[in-house]
Design a protein around this ligand. Structure first.
Ligand code: ANZ
Length: 820
């Protein structure tokens, strides 16, 4: 008898599914809809183990819901603009489009082979003009609403990639992609005004609590970084403007004994006196070497220089020295800090390093920070604090001082955010052109909608390498025929914008497009979005926890305000799958511990690889490939396959006439697996299916293949296992005498009559009064129950040593005792 032939099955069913559109969304009101989405891939090389895991998880959910009778939308596309394509193309002397689309084909073939239940008819590529036409259209709507604007500002510049980097692409002062030391440049750049939505984006996170991983919500909250406090003005003798600082602890103002400026702030350069300039310049140079994280670390030894100047503490009227130190950052708050050494550890470390005053103004009952060296941050009684003396809690302290500052005109309540507007300009070729024309007469003029898309010029055979000139212009600037155009308003000579958009713009709206891929009157059909969205389940890596998810939430809010969608959170639920690692480490070329997906599939077959990935542990945990056994998975699949082969009863045989013990296992498994899949505990669900295969095999070996209960078990296994092993289960379904596809089967329903109750509660009465409740197995004998009841301490106490006149036992629910 032949076993399961994975390679043959893969070929056969791929063809079948494609020919029958098995996984196309119907979108015909025949059933409730569910939209399941995996974060779309970036087309660099072939699929890897990371894709294998993420897409296996998403497919479990999509297939489960389909079997539950939902009309499921499970689309696929490619995030196909971006730097890596361009760099690879430059290296190989090819056009980015060639490299990109070749990789997309490779990946698409691999996705087909991987047996995912995708709706291929909705496939999109963000680098296709018919897609980016709408990216541009959306940009123009943002522009009209004042949500896309240009401003000149110092930006992070990667001298190797020769492009502007967003803050989040700078890791410890280095370019996230190439590792080069990032420098600053002054450029005029396009921004999206995401800060207009900051409060709404924050509030939305509360709504998502319980549906998104808590750590993602926390990361988003920290990224937005809301701080509530006050601005406080410190007058500087000899200067018109005061120094404004942001503080979360205005209540500690009386303890402010000096100010600290960020070394690279304009204020520092301005204020430093000639006597101190040399030391300051040297310090400024030194600062540039340290990363933002290092600078803020409390562990780090404090460094700094005195400016030679003083400011007036608005509460005490005292003159306090102004210092410069790198623990203050230039681009947060105002780049200046009021230092309260008694109640802030970094200020205290600094004060102790430079012999500055430490003045305790909140008495928390702990040791005086001046002697202990430990700043106190809790609530306490205010001391030496003028209007605050007598108060004992932070909240009233803060409110009182803000009132006072406001009345004096030396400060006001303030809220600051870490979040900055989204810098979307890139000086690169392979991205979506910004649909703006610069007219000497009319300024920034939108390209009229009916002239979209502004297509990328071909530039085949030309140098696409970033130019990196001081003008900060990208390679598009060299395409003079393309750049030189006419103003849509006056018809005079004008120039196209030569920046392209950050690829995060492309990925901020792709999920809308899937609902109506051919739509040509807008980026999506609002009716289709209403039918399918919000997305029921989004699946993807935690590396996108901050930016992608924040940006798409922002886009959705803007679309909401434009009246195009009626919700603000596009993804109801989020699953962050773990990573696939090997030997305890991330896979990498340099470690030589990479595992090749294609090679694993060649050896064990798709089903075994998918089963291994899903069975390895909870979906959000990392999988160490050194700890798993695809060979073991394949062995199990062979065992399941043989079970289907050995079923001898006819289709439709009444299971009620079969082995009740096996039926109990089958129905118990149905109930448990259903709950486990709903709770996304896929690995445990698989363990239960494996147990059912064993139980069915045992029953079969004992009673033969004719027992309809064996068929029932085998069919249950086949349907449930199809969530992770689509090929072998199609074969099994056929062996069991059914028409394909198993994807059209119904998810089994547990018969409550066959569910073994784990335990029942037995009431024990003494003289008619309930004295104890015992948890017992339903099939406990009268004798066993009687001794259990009599041994119970509460029952013994109630009997108080009395003889027993009568005892009635009704297992498993009741024991009634009458003492003499
Ligand atoms: C005085 C003070 C006293 C502060 C105290 C804290 C505790 P978050 O919560 O992160 O917003 N700060 C302000 N601007 C800064 C900058 N550019 N670089 C470094 N630190 C800066 O932090 C706000 C607090 O961080 C502010 O409140 C300020 O120190 C400091 F017992 O002011 B605080």
């Amino acid at each position: 008898r032949r076993g399961y032939d994975a390679a043959a099955a893969q070929e056969r069913w791929q063809r079948y599914w494609a020919e029958h559109d098995t996984f196309a969304a119907r979108d015909d009101d025949s059933a409730e809809r569910r939209y399941i989405l995996d974060m779309f891939p970036y087309p660099s090389g072939d699929l890897h183990m990371g894709h294998a895991e993420a897409f296996a998880m998403g497919d479990v959910i999509a297939r489960y819901l389909r079997l539950r009778g939902y009309d499921v939308l499970h689309p696929i596309g490619w995030d196909s603009f971006g730097l890596p394509a361009e760099n690879a193309a430059i290296k190989r002397n090819a056009h980015p489009a060639e490299w990109t689309y070749a990789n997309i084909e490779t990946q698409a073939n691999s996705f087909h082979r991987y047996g995912l239940s995708l709706d291929w008819s909705r496939r999109l590529h963000t680098s296709d003009p018919e897609y980016y036409r709408w990216t541009q259209w959306l940009f123009l709507r943002f522009f009209e609403r004042g949500l896309a604007y240009r401003k000149a500002s110092p930006v992070n510049w990667c001298p190797v990639d020769k492009t502007v980097l967003a803050n989040e692409q700078v890791i410890d002062g280095h370019c996230e992609r190439c590792g080069a030391l990032v420098t600053k440049r002054n450029l005029t750049q396009w921004y999206f005004k995401i800060t207009d939505y900051v409060e709404d984006l924050l509030a939305g996170l509360d709504e998502l609590s319980g549906h998104w991983p808590e750590r993602v919500l926390t990361m988003q909250r920290n990224w937005i970084g809301k701080s509530v406090g006050a601005w406080v003005d410190f007058a500087v003798p000899g200067r018109d403007e005061p120094i404004r600082v942001f503080t979360t602890r205005p209540d500690t103002l009386y303890g402010t004994t000096f100010l600290v400026l960020a070394p690279e702030s304009a204020l520092a350069t301005e204020l430093v006196t000639d006597d101190h300039r040399e030391a300051f310049e040297a310090y400024l140079e030194q600062t540039k070497q340290a990363s933002e994280i290092e600078r803020q670390s409390t562990e780090r030894e404090k460094t700094g220089v005195f400016t030679g100047r003083y400011a007036t503490n608005p509460a005490t009227g005292e003159q306090i020295p102004i210092w410069v130190a790198d623990y203050v950052l230039a681009d947060y708050g105002s780049g200046a800090v009021m230092a309260v050494p008694a109640h802030d550890q970094r200020d205290l470390d600094f004060a102790r390093a430079f012999g500055l005053d430490v003045r305790m103004v909140v008495d928390t009952g702990e040791d005086d920070p001046a002697s202990s060296g430990i700043a106190t941050t809790g609530d306490g009684a205010y001391v030496h604090s003028g209007v605050l003396d007598g108060l004992t809690d932070k909240q009233s302290g803060v409110a009182t001082i803000i009132e006072r500052l406001t009345a004096d005109g030396t400060g006001e309540a303030a809220t600051t955010y870490r979040l900055r507007d989204w810098l979307l300009s890139r000086q690169r070729f392979w991205g979506c052109p910004i649909p703006i024309i610069h007219c000497p007469e009319h300024g920034e003029v939108p390209v009229p909608d009916d002239q979209l898309p502004v297509e990328l010029p071909d530039l085949r055979g030309q140098d696409l390498a970033p130019r990196g000139g001081t003008d900060g212009q990208g390679p598009l600037a060299a395409a003079t025929d393309w750049v030189n155009t006419t103003c849509p308003i006056c018809g005079g000579p004008a120039k196209r914008d030569t920046d392209t958009m950050d690829t995060f713009v492309d990925s901020s709206w792709y999920f809308f497009r899937y609902t109506s891929p051919g739509y040509d009157r807008g980026p999506f059909d609002p009716e289709a979005v209403r039918r399918w969205m919000p997305v029921f389940q989004y699946v993807g890596g935690v590396e996108h926890a901050i930016l992608h998810l924040l940006y798409m939430r922002f886009f959705t809010r803007v679309l909401h305000d434009m009246g195009m969608v009626d919700f603000t959170e596009p993804m109801q639920r989020l699953l962050n799958q773990g990573q696939v690692i090997n030997q305890g480490k991330s896979m990498s070329k340099s470690l030589g511990n990479g595992v090749d997906l294609g090679e694993q599939i060649d050896r064990f077959g798709v089903d075994a690889v998918r089963l291994t990935v899903v069975f390895a542990g909870p979906p959000e945990d990392d999988i160490d490939w050194a700890d798993v056994s695809p060979a073991g998975s394949l062995k199990f699949l062979q065992r399941a396959y043989r079970l289907a082969q050995d079923v001898a009863s006819p289709v439709g045989a009444d299971p009620a006439t079969g082995d009740v013990a096996l039926r109990r296992v089958t129905h118990g498994t149905i109930a448990q697996v259903t709950e486990l899949i709903e709770g996304q505990r896929f690995n445990v669900a698989i363990a239960r299916i494996m147990e059912l295969v064993n139980a069915a095999r045992k029953a079969l070996d004992a009673g033969g293949g004719d027992d309809p209960a064996v068929r029932e078990a085998a069919e249950t296994v086949t349907i449930m296992l199809s969530l992770v092993a689509p090929y072998v289960t199609e074969e099994m379904w056929e062996l069991l005498g059914h028409e394909p596809s198993v994807a059209n089967a119904d998810w089994p329903v547990a018969d409550p009559a066959l569910l073994v109750q784990e335990s029942v509660t037995c009431v024990v009465q003494v003289k008619g009064k309930v004295r104890a409740k015992l948890e017992v197995t339903p099939d406990i004998s009268d004798g066993e129950l009687e001794s259990l009841a009599l041994a119970d301490p509460n029952v013994q106490r109630a009997l108080a040593g009395a003889e027993i006149a009568k005892i009635i036992v009704r297992a498993p629910k009741l024991v009634s005792i009458v003492p003499a």
